[in-house]
Design a protein around this ligand. Structure first.
Ligand code: AP5
Ligand code: MG
Length: 216
């Protein structure tokens, strides 16, 4: 069973690898960041809460985020596997996720950690463009769409995320180091952690990830 958690600092390539994994394995891609951005776009009550935190790079409170993931992971399409991207981000979330996935009998089978140094993360985040419709990430130098400003997958319009500026990115990196990186130890102790070099090209990285997933 492929019940996968993708981890890594902002800009490491979680969203990029998730899209490549789902192209091969047909699993639901559950990105809490994408869910919050969709809620903000639609001005839902969740979006109103999330927008207070997300634009300047702070974490949305645990209770809100855990409730959202609990509801999503319980849906029928997650019965045959799932990819979580951007959750958990705190130890409280990691513990809640363990409890919840065991309760619904969909326990995590692998945590894939994509690692990259800060200068590369800054370069990737500052050149990123994202599809307004499907959330696919592009880069103005590294991963250009076939037609400028247009998503290859769905034809949606590409835009720059509000939190992709240097101030918000510094906040996101600080929070990652303080609150999220300690979860890696937690998953290492559970025997679930696999770390990948995120500095290599996306196409090469997906081959390494797929090689691991074949045995999962
Ligand atoms: P989220 O949307 O999860 O953002 P993030 O973790 O900061 O990660 P990013 O999406 O910025 O990076 P990524 O690793 O997906 O990189 P990507 O593939 O796009 O969260 C946003 C916010 O939502 C949070 O700050 C918080 O406010 C809130 N939130 C979300 N989850 C939460 C939670 N659990 N609890 C509380 N709050 C939460 O790639 C980046 C760029 O690099 C792209 O341009 C891409 O084309 C390029 N690229 C990717 N891979 C490669 C490669 N191998 N080689 C060259 N270029 C590459
Ligand atoms: Mg992402």
């Amino acid at each position: 069973m492929k019940n996968i958690v993708l981890m890594g600092p902002p800009g490491a390539g979680k969203g990029t690898q998730a899209k490549l994994i789902i192209a091969e394995h047909n699993l639901p891609h559950i990105s809490t960041g994408d869910m919050f951005r969709e809620a903000i776009k639609n001005q839902t009550p969740l979006g109103k809460i999330a927008s207070q935190y997300i634009n300047d790079g702070h974490l949305v409170p645990d209770d809100v985020t855990i409730g959202l993931v609990k509801e999503r992971l319980s849906m029928d399409d997650c019965a045959n596997g799932y990819i979580l991207d951007g959750f958990p981000r705190t130890l409280v979330q990691a513990e809640a996720l363990k409890k919840l996935t065991e309760e619904i009998n969909r326990p995590i089978t692998a945590v894939l950690n994509i690692d990259a140094p800060k200068d590369l993360l800054v370069e990737r985040i500052s050149g990123r463009r994202v599809c307004k419709t499907c959330g696919a990430p592009y880069h103005i130098v590294n991963r250009k769409p076939k037609v400028e400003g247009v998503c290859d997958n769905c034809g949606g319009e590409l835009y720059q995320r509000k939190d992709d500026n240097i101030d918000a990115l510094n906040t996101r990196l600080d929070i990652y180091n303080k609150d999220t990186a300690p979860i890696l130890d937690y998953y290492a102790k559970e025997g679930l952690l696999y770390t990948f070099d995120g500095t290599i090209g996306a196409e090469k990285l997906i081959q390494e990830i797929n090689a691991l997933l074949e045995g999962k």
